[in-house]
Design a protein around this ligand. Structure first.
Ligand code: ATP
Ligand code: MG
Length: 570
């Protein structure tokens, strides 16, 4: 069972949309006919990293709203920082959005598509006396900007004539000046209580090759200037972004107001709280450091909150969309427990994933009164709640493996599994009783000898007459296959890791990955990469996307069955 986009029952996600402040705004806009009933949103990543679960919240929100209101959602790369951006990131972002089950159709855009227009609009602003070329250094600009309690000071270049500004700006574009020699600034108000309105820089000189426009430009527009204009050019109606842009909204509106004779569309910026997830980090800068510093194994390391990592871990697109819907949107920052995400996944996999048997930490068990060389078929359901998924057979033989955990020499109180003299059921097979414990020279348990009750086979009348408390899984030692199994724990032990500290790497959980050699049932070695299963009693596992191949079975534990942290309970 490979889970693809086609399996995502979107209808169930939006069967009854929960009201939230963004839906309320859109409903009101539709009622008053503000956009002629149109809903057009966008997801605007900067191609400077891989997407993470926080971005998924924004993707689900923007694409979700568009589909709910029969609108469209654009995928737009905000690519104005050529040094940090690249095609690898563009490709991975497209891949992740598609994986989540969203399509942008013809609406794939790049801010770099608008470089000409953005330049022309700046010329227009200069002509309107609304922008000027400043020749102070970056440091001087920062100093004159003032503070939250002290107004800024006008730059000595603020009074340049329109002609001089036009000339300098043209020559900036022509490459006559070195990086940092001049910038173009909006002329707003150096005394504004909102720092973003203190003549923000809208263009800077940067001799850097751009992954799409090459060396065509040596000046690049700033994010705040580019973003609102890109939205307007694309006729976006609702520009949904995270809360840190709330203070930038007056600038968003100022720029579009100045350009109203040039672009008629003036989208509404709406902010919502970003997602913070416990035991992990959402900062792109830190994710890059973890990847490049070798603290994890690439962007798709199953411990990372990147969509590529979650996918490799075995997360399904549906579970991530369910999570996004369930956490909702609000105006106040908060942390969501990673268990909320894991529970969405369990809910999904519980329905979808077929059951299989694996023994993660094997202990040999010999059924002493079972005939030598005898093999017996045991019928095992593929899904306990879905008989239509059919059954398969497992062969029982005299020697089997059970989990080491399922035996205790001196059972503690409430332990109902195997112990000397105690009876348990081998799932789908017989009741056995522990007769003898065999130890090695180091006094470690090497194997267990049991007897079985031939009248107790599961599904027979004899079985119904016998009741035992423990019910453990097993695999025939003759037919079990070896598999590499990777177990994961949280990347950070602290629920809310303090990444502001330069020493945040000390907070990394050094034991977040463990590789074991386990036994799996026959044919599991034929599982397709990315195929998910529930290994009975052990959790949900996925065949590794990259390393699973004929002759080499590799499974990742996606999550445990219950909320017991990702611990290495094997
Ligand atoms: P940076 O801008 O620092 O590189 P970023 O995480 O904001 O990092 P963007 O590529 O700008 O990355 O993000 C694209 C979109 O995803 C933005 O609209 C942003 O608001 C949204 N987004 C980013 N992080 C989160 C988050 N944790 N929760 C919700 N939305 C997020
Ligand atoms: Mg950003």
């Amino acid at each position: 069972m490979k889970i693809t986009n086609k399996d995502i029952p979107t209808a169930t996600l939006h069967a009854e949309p929960v009201s939230n402040f963004i839906r309320n705004i859109i409903n009101e806009d539709i009622r008053i006919g503000k956009w002629g009933g149109r809903v057009e949103t966008r997801f605007p990543p900067e191609p400077n990293g891989y997407l993470h679960i926080g971005h998924a919240k924004s993707i689900c929100l923007n694409f979700g709203l568009a589909s709910e209101y029969q609108g469209v959602c654009h995928l737009r790369f905000d690519d104005t920082n050529p040094e940090k951006e690249g095609k690898e990131y563009v490709d991975s972002i497209c891949d992740s959005v598609r994986w989540l089950g969203f399509e942008w159709g013809e609406n794939l855009h790049y801010s770099s598509d608008y470089f000409d227009k953005l330049y022309q609009f700046s010329v227009y602003l200069i002509n309107q006396g609304k922008a000027y070329v400043d020749s102070l250094s970056g440091e001087e600009i920062r100093t004159l900007r003032g503070t939250l309690t002290r107004a800024g000071t006008n730059s000595p270049y603020r009074g340049r004539s329109i002609d001089e500004n036009l000339d300098l700006f043209r020559r900036m574009k022509a490459g006559e000046f070195s990086d940092g020699a001049h910038v173009l600034r909006a002329k707003i108000d150096m005394a504004s209580p909102n720092m973003n309105l203190r003549d923000p820089i809208i263009y800077r000189i940067r001799r850097a090759d751009h992954h799409r426009t090459g060396d065509e430009w040596c000046i690049y527009p700033m994010y705040d200037y580019t973003h609102c204009i890109s939205d307007a050019i694309e006729n976006i109606t609702h520009s949904v972004c995270t809360l840190e842009f709330e203070d930038h909204r007056p600038l968003y509106d100022w720029i579009l107001t100045q350009l109203k004779d040039k672009i008629s569309c003036h989208p509404q910026q709406i902010e919502f709280a970003r997602l913070n997830l416990t035991h992990t980090v959402m900062s792109k800068r830190i994710l890059i450091e973890l990847v490049e510093g070798g603290f994890v194994e690439g962007w798709d390391d199953p411990r990372l909150p990147t969509l590529a990592g979650l996918r490799r871990r075995g997360y399904t697109p549906f579970s991530i969309r369910l999570f996004s819907e369930r956490i909702g949107v609000s105006k106040s920052d908060s942390w969501i427990g990673i268990d909320v995400l894991e529970n969405c996944l369990r809910e999904d996999l519980n329905v979808r994933a077929q059951r299989r048997i694996a023994v993660l930490n094997p202990l040999k068990l010999v059924i002493v009164n079972y005939p030598d060389h005898y093999e017996e078929e045991c019928l095992v359901p593929n899904h306990p709640q879905k008989p239509e998924k059919g059954n398969r057979t497992l062969l029982l033989t005299k020697t089997i493996y059970i989990e080491r955990d399922d035996f205790m020499e001196i059972p503690s109180k409430g332990y109902f599994r195997l112990a000397p003299g105690i009876e348990v059921r081998l799932r789908y097979a017989y009741i056995i009783k522990c007769e003898k414990v065999i130890k090695n020279a180091n006094n470690e348990i090497e194997e267990i000898h049991c007897s079985y009750d031939p009248s107790s086979k599961s599904g027979t009348a004899g079985s119904k007459a016998r009741r035992v408390k423990g019910n453990i899984h097993w695999l025939s030692s003759k037919y079990a296959l070896k598999s590499e199994v990777r177990l994961f724990d949280h990347l950070f032990l602290d629920a809310r890791p303090d990444i502001s500290s330069r020493n945040y790497k000390r907070l990394l959980n050094m034991n977040s990955k463990k590789i074991i050699s386990a036994y799996i049932e026959p044919f599991l070695d034929k599982a397709q990469p990315e195929e998910s299963f529930q290994f009975e009693r052990n959790g949900y596992f996925v065949a590794d996307k990259k390393d699973m191949r004929p002759g080499r079975a590799v499974f990742n534990r996606t999550t445990t069955l219950k909320d017991s942290r990702g611990k290495f309970k094997v």
